[in-house]
Design a binder for this molecule. Sequence first.
Ligand code: HEC
Ligand code: HEC
Ligand code: HEC
Ligand code: HEC
Ligand code: HEC
Ligand code: HEC
Ligand code: HEC
Length: 490
Amino acid sequence: MFKQKTLLILGLSVLLILTLAAAAAASTTGISGTVKDINTGTAISGATISDGTHSVTSDANGNYTLSEPSGSYTLHISKSGYLTTSQICTVGSGTVTVNWSLTKQYGTQTPPAYANKMQYAIFAWNDLGMHCDQDDYSYFSVLPPFNTLHVQVIKRPDLVTKGITVKYNFPKKTDSTLHTNFWQYAPQYGWNVPPNTGITGTKLSGTMQLDSNGLGYVATGIPITPYDDDGTWDPYGAANITVVDSNNKILQTASVVAPVSTEMDCKNCHGTTNPQLDILQKHDKYNGTTLAADQAKGIVHSCSECHSDNALGAPGKAGVESLSLAMHNFHKDKMTYTQAAANTTPSCYNCHPGPNTQCLRGIMERAGKTCTDCHGDMYGMTTSLQNGRQAWLQEPQCGQCHDSIHKENANTLYRNSVMNNAVYGDMNGKFYCESCHNSTHAEFTTANPADQTIPQKFQGDNYWIWNCKVCHQENYTQQNFHAAAGKSSD
Ligand code: HEC
Ligand code: HEC
Ligand code: HEC
Ligand code: HEC
Ligand code: HEC
Ligand code: HEC
Ligand code: HEC
């Protein structure tokens, strides 16, 4: 009896100690993580991480811990031989993980010899880093063939927006009708456009228009497919950009990628025989629609006929969820429906392109970030939309991780933001973030060589645009571009 009681008391006190220990651990708040080299993945020791008040040095395994009370912090890291960089984080109850992937210092490379002498430079990029379209439009349309290219032209150092013509063409993609039946069905989807013409009237080659900010040139809605004319699958096909003067004399040329993929793997769960029919049948079964019967009669529907879609400016029908909300919400608890789907990582690649396309390839991906780090998971996507986020118009921001001098313009998407805090004020308000950093999901330096043509040609490396020489003939001393407050040179 007595023995048992002691054991019980002992047991209780052990429990108590354990509880106390757990409470103590929970009350320790702070930041910890690992520092690595982004290229080799090797741990970096001796890097200094500072939050402004405290600093710590990474150990032999690259690990560090900073004890801090809960709150928001901007962390800076420095290590000789590497670029300095920052991340912001919020400490709650417990320890938050902030890992680092450092890039080797640049600044000594010189641009290629001809670039030293060139008069004109071209920045060119596509807006999103990836567009999706379909091989087959005979059942329904989610999104039509649609790609958008942007160009900014520099006559060193000035931005040029008049007196020139900017042309584009795809040497290997001249006839999209070889690879998609889109134009056969386009009128039914509400787009009365001739073959090889996009829904905004843009063709596979042509002249770019001045963009709405008057800073550069744009071709909106180019109807390319992921296939070359000879049938080769290439979701990273290149466009040639040619800048000519009023006498049609070529001033400069460049090549830029226009990424597009049809790799929406609905078949992972909707059967390989006829996933499109299966989708329509399931939709009819749950929502009382007649999409499958209509299709059998030759009547096809665009999802955006009923579900609003900001990607297309489609208002949808009153009371029906937006397409993004309907899709992410309905599928959020079905992501392991089949083994094929469960095996797909990141799981977003079940519907976004994709295990073969690898649309996520920018420096953040190389630093170990994935879709959910920026967008949230299927539940997070759903909740944000239910709480009022507007699909396509409100997206993640660089400024949610980087410090306040490296963020977008207020209430503006990354792709529409321009640099306003340049080291020299004269450079402000002129250059899109994407002209130096490239599109989202493909931010320099990327894992895909197809993305790197512009910095390769004008700067001589794969980095984002960092070299003053790309835009200036002068030999300026290299320094950071983003300043805390834009300085004026005069
Ligand atoms: C989810 C957090 C997150 C978001 C959002 C994010 N980044 Fe990053 N970024 C990182 C991390 C982590 C690194 C690796 C360097 C480091 O460890 O701080 C990095 C590195 C970079 C670098 C290299 C900097 C250097 O000196 O090493 C650039 C340039 C960059 N990001 C640009 C962007 C741009 C442009 C956007 C917005 C389109 C963006 N980032 C959004 C986390 C993020
Ligand atoms: C990870 C698995 C998975 C993937 C990938 C997937 N679905 Fe589904 N989907 C399901 C399941 C499970 C159902 C419900 C089937 C049932 O109840 O019989 C469903 C149902 C649907 C429905 C009917 C929902 C309703 O209530 O109307 C539509 C529409 C749909 N899917 C569209 C798509 C499209 C388009 C794609 C590709 C872009 C896709 N799905 C990819 C698992 C998936
Ligand atoms: C004729 C109108 C119509 C068309 C066309 C249509 N839908 Fe729907 N859809 C509805 C209605 C109505 C609902 C049920 C109400 C709601 O979700 O707001 C629905 C529901 C859904 C749901 C389930 C949402 C949920 O949370 O349960 C998904 C997923 C979906 N639709 C996807 C699609 C896709 C993908 C397409 C194109 C292939 C499509 N729909 C075309 C009218 C339509
Ligand atoms: C480093 C952060 C980051 C990661 C990782 C990331 N995204 Fe994004 N995503 C963004 C930002 C920023 C935008 C908005 C860019 C803009 O349009 O200005 C965006 C936009 C999008 C869009 C809307 C279309 C567009 O490009 O504007 C889709 C779809 C998308 N992301 C899907 C994904 C998927 C799927 C993954 C993973 C395979 C992913 N994203 C990973 C930051 C990220
Ligand atoms: C079941 C298929 C499916 C899955 C899985 C899926 N998506 Fe999507 N997603 C879609 C479709 C279809 C659209 C296009 C809707 C449209 O045209 O408006 C879309 C659009 C988007 C957009 C742009 C619209 C918006 O809400 O801003 C983002 C961002 C996005 N997806 C992120 C993700 C992320 C992140 C994941 C993984 C966590 C994911 N998606 C998983 C089908 C899916
Ligand atoms: C993307 C192109 C670009 C890059 C890269 C660039 N600049 Fe500029 N810079 C400009 C433009 C455009 C102006 C404004 C020229 C004007 O007003 O006529 C300018 C103006 C200046 C001026 C004011 C004197 C002048 O020539 O008008 C200085 C000084 C300057 N930049 C320094 C730098 C330094 C230092 C770097 C490298 C850290 C750099 N710039 C990188 C485009 C660039
Ligand atoms: C003229 C070229 C240029 C433009 C335009 C530009 N950047 Fe940068 N960006 C750089 C350079 C060079 C660096 C690295 C040195 C520095 O921080 O100034 C950099 C660094 C960054 C980083 C990494 C910061 C870190 O801590 O490692 C982010 C994030 C970033 N820029 C975001 C943006 C955003 C958002 C815009 C548009 C509002 C933008 N940049 C416009 C040249 C540019």
